[in-house]
Design a protein around this ligand. Structure first.
Ligand code: ATP
Ligand code: MG
Length: 557
């Protein structure tokens, strides 16, 4: 439970100081997804951080699609990202922005650097450039094109822009320092030729800025105060600063890094998630087994649970792996507090109450939630034939088994006590029906004979119920680190990650269940109606999460 407030993390402390000392007057952050996949739980960490800081300090957070690479972006992803952000409960500042909105300005700034003698067109091939670059131990050496005149560079860059050069024939590089210990400063490429249309700018450009040239400059154009990214960009920060210092940008953003989220039993790389989708290991980006926000949403995760999870894991600068059990804990905690209760029998066994009149039906009242009085009460039709779980009946059992046993009593949840008198078996010797008697004087009180039933089991009327399909998900991967140490993550896919149960029987009220409304199916876990599969007559319910952490116990068996 997240009751006590967490101590401030390093970015909160830093922003407080920036504000107190007047370095920053208005906090402005941005969330910069590349629209080449759906948002996943790792992105949620960055979203909660960027939007959360803006909210906390009365600032703004922009949504900026980082679309400098024309090759891979698609409109579908833009729409999905916006949908997921809104669902998580965050509102971006103004319209969504695109790095490509600034291509004209970036081009002007490239010309500016050339005119300042701080950029040149280089004709080295990728392979040659690698040889000139040096290594971590050895300095690089200047490109033979390093000292081209401003005039020549202007002409060549113009020709690059006009499509007169082939892809890879030349590039524009910042002239910084080929001996710099940080390789990112060894004359990095800032513009490349790519003869490819772009989903925002169409055919206008055949040269595109590099990520490094675009990112900080877009931050400056948008007036971002704190440009927060993950640790792998730490080595790019000197280049970020160099560009900001050497260009006539309108504001002075600063880059800060934090550790990305790694979750065990999970992959959070868009490339790998895309592979799972493209190769049919799952049935789309929003498959309930996926760690994408749309998958988690369809599975029954709530925005609150995801935000609480991001709060719980905190923000640091050291890489670590978070136990997926924490994510599971946060959804269980939210649903325990807020999900209405319901009954659903997953593997039905018929019970006939021989002393209950045929065609009689009474409505029994059941609470919507054990402590939440604001959740509406339910009405359960009680009839002569009922269903209970197969595993809740045995002909013989030891004392630990607190369910229905032949010759013994059990209480039906929110209803009467019943007594098992006989079983009916099929030709294969399987129990297909239990004949019971019902104690009609036991509603809300102990039986008059003073013999208390040992347990309480759930049930559903066999005459009035909702026939449904239930999907039980297990972890998508059965290896704690599916993409570590040279493993092929596809080899770690858990073959039993989905179990589909048909002919399940749910209480009548669940006919009206809305997707994303979580329920606790008593004794079975937390479920929600699937938004994609199922019909009005036969809904499909997804198990969001079990009642208890049975996975850890399974592993230790
Ligand atoms: P991927 O490896 O999934 O392709 P990415 O960093 O290339 O991730 P982007 O779309 O560029 O994906 O990410 C948008 C923002 O989300 C970036 O600021 C990035 O740092 C952040 N982000 C991505 N993955 C994680 C993660 N696992 N933990 C925290 N932040 C992340
Ligand atoms: Mg990226």
């Amino acid at each position: 439970m997240i009751s006590e407030r967490k101590p401030a993390h390093f970015l909160q402390i830093l922003i407080r100081e920036d504000l107190a000392e007047g370095r920053v007057t208005q906090v402005a952050t941005r969330f910069p997804p590349e629209p080449n996949g759906y948002l996943h739980i790792g992105h949620a960490k960055s979203v909660c951080l960027n939007f959360g800081l803006a909210r906390e300090f009365g600032g703004t957070c922009n949504l900026r699609f980082d679309d400098t690479n024309p090759a891979r972006e698609e409109e579908e992803f833009v729409d999905a990202i916006k949908r997921d952000l809104s669902w998580l409960g965050f509102e971006w500042n103004g319209e969504a922005r695109y790095s490509s909105d600034n291509f004209d300005q970036l081009y002007e700034w490239a010309l500016y650097l050339i005119k300042e003698g701080k950029a040149y067109v280089c004709d080295l091939s990728a392979e040659e450039a690698r040889q000139y670059r040096g290594t971590l131990k050895e300095p690089g050496k200047n490109s033979p094109y390093h000292d081209r005149s401003v005039e020549e560079n202007l002409v060549l860059f113009e020709r690059m822009r006009n499509g007169e050069m082939a892809e890879g024939q030349c590039s524009l590089r910042a002239k910084i320092d080929m001996a710099a210990p940080n390789i990112n400063l060894r004359d990095p490429i800032i513009y490349r030729i790519k003869k490819m249309a772009h989903h925002q700018t169409g055919d206008k450009w055949c040269i595109y800025p590099s990520y490094d040239f675009a990112h900080g400059q877009c931050d400056a154009i948008e007036g971002i105060s704190h440009s927060i990214c993950t640790l792998e960009f730490e080595d790019h920060r000197p280049l970020y600063d160099w560009l900001i210092e050497n260009l006539p940008v309108p504001s002075r953003p600063r880059q800060y890094e934090f550790a990305r989220l790694h979750l065990n039993y999970t992959v959070v790389s868009k490339r790998k998630l895309k592979q799972l989708v493209d190769e049919g290991h799952v049935d789309g980006w929003d498959d309930p087994r996926m760690p994408t926000l749309s998958g988690l949403r369809r599975r029954g995760f709530t925005p609150t649970a995801i935000r609480n999870f991001c709060e719980m894991i905190g923000v640091t600068r050291s890489d670590s792996v978070v136990d997926v059990g924490m994510l599971e804990y946060s959804i269980r905690d939210d649903l325990d507090k807020n999900a209405p209760r319901a009954m659903c029998v997953l593997a039905p066994l018929k019970v006939t109450l021989k002393n209950y009149p045929e065609r009689q039906q009474e409505m029994l009242a059941a609470p919507g939630h054990p402590v939440r009085d604001d959740l509406p009460a339910r009405e359960l039709p009680f009839t002569r034939t009922l269903y209970i779980e197969k595993e809740d009946f045995r002909e013989e059992a030891n004392k630990k088994y607190k369910r229905l046993v032949l010759g013994k009593k059990v209480r039906l949840r929110n209803a009467y006590v019943i007594f098992a008198e006989a079983v009916v078996k099929n030709d294969a010797g399987e129990i297909v029906e239990v004949i019971c008697s019902v104690d009609l004087d036991s509603l809300g009180k102990d039986p008059a004979d003073g013999v208390k039933p040992k347990g309480v089991i759930h049930w559903v009327s066999a005459e009035k119920n909702v026939d449904c399909e239930v999907r039980l998900y297990d972890r998508l991967f059965n290896d704690p680190a599916p993409d570590a140490g040279g493993k092929n993550f596809l080899d770690c896919v858990n073959p039993d990650n989905l179990q589909i149960l048909k002919g399940c029987k749910a209480e009548v009220g669940l006919a009206n269940a809305e997707p994303e409304q979580g329920y606790q199916f008593e004794r079975n876990g937390y479920f929600c109606r699937d938004s994609k599969y199922g019909s009005v007559e036969t809904p499909v319910f997804n198990r969001t999460i079990g009642l208890r952490d049975s996975w850890a116990k399974e592993q230790n068996k």
